[in-house]
Design a binder for this molecule. Structure first.
Ligand code: ZN
Length: 305
């Protein structure tokens, strides 16, 4: 039978629980309401056909404002520069977020990154990061599917679609990577038991953005978390195309979001929330970041500036 410590019982008659907690902290007990240490994130950038100088600070701000992450940035030399000096210390971080779409890294850096994810490091491929490195087999395995960079099916792999209630993997011959004009569109969550998706509405309206279609790649060991309908009247495929993917690469977890072409699209609370939860999942395998009350509905976008 549990009996109260007489000294504590006496103290609690004198002091409120808050004062006792403060006293415990002052005495070196940090067990009361201790916040978890922030997750260390490395954003890689430096080359992109997108405005990475505008979007990296927004990624950093979104991640740090959640209180869950502490973010460093590794910027590569510009296009055509000497990439041999670009050697981020990936192993210092729980998760790497790529805002990079450019020249091949050195063999040494590629191998360090492969080892990092293989050993359990997290990776987040953000928007045009899935355009990068068409020739790097392991990278394409990590992202599942990618586009542009002369990728074509079936040589570069297969497309992932969602059709008749099921994931469909198929290699439709042709170029991989396309999008129509930027418009708001609905994202539909397809695996709602996945930690990233748990508690999100099944359908939510994303702010004006590029809707990537016809991405192709190895398409292995993935969970199709979210899709969007690619509208044939907006140069699309009339297929449910992957927007959010969770990929396993050996011991590592990869969150792949195709969303967030520009700062305006990144203001979407759906983008913000899935980025935060996807990054946390890639780093830890779990999600503690809640779905905020201003999350978009099926019909209405929700923006945070
Ligand atoms: Zn874009």
């Amino acid at each position: 039978m549990w009996t109260p410590n007489p000294a504590m019982a006496f103290l609690s008659t004198l002091f409120s629980p808050r004062i006792l907690a403060a006293t415990a902290v002052a005495l070196g007990f940090s067990l009361l309401n201790a916040a978890p240490a922030p997750i260390k994130v490395l954003i890689v950038d430096g080359q992109n056909n997108h405005s990475w100088k505008e979007t990296t600070p927004v990624l950093k701000e979104i991640l740090e404002a959640s209180g869950r992450f502490q973010v460093d940035v590794a910027t590569s030399p510009p296009q055509g520069g000497d990439m041999s000096a670009f050697k981020p210390d990936f192993a210092k971080y729980a998760v790497v977020v790529s805002n990079y779409n450019g020249d091949a890294w050195s063999k040494e850096t590629n191998e360090a990154f492969e080892k990092y994810v293989h050993d359990g490091g997290g990776f987040v491929s953000y928007h045009a990061a899935d355009n990068s490195f068409p020739e790097w087999r392991q990278y394409n395995q990590m992202i599942g599917v990618g586009g542009w960079g002369n990728r074509k099916a079936p040589e570069s792999g297969s497309m992932i679609r969602y059709r008749a209630g099921k994931v469909a993997i198929e290699a439709v011959p042709g170029r991989c990577g396309n999008h129509g004009a930027r418009v708001p569109f609905q994202v539909t969550m397809r695996e709602r038991r996945h930690p990233i998706a748990k508690g999100l509405p099944k359908v939510w309206m994303h702010a004006g953005d590029e809707l990537y279609d016809s991405l192709c790649g190895p398409a292995q060991d993935f969970t199709l978390v979210g899709t969007a309908h690619s509208n044939g009247q907006n140069r699309g495929t009339n297929e449910e195309e992957p927007m959010l993917l969770a990929v396993r690469y050996s011991n590592g977890r990869v969150f792949h979001t195709t969303l967030g072409h520009d700062v305006a699209a990144m203001h979407c609370v759906g983008f913000i929330t899935t980025l935060l939860r996807g990054t946390e999942w890639a780093a830890t395998g779990k999600v503690s970041i809640p779905v905020p009350p201003d999350f978009p509905t099926a019909q209405a976008t929700s923006l945070r500036k």
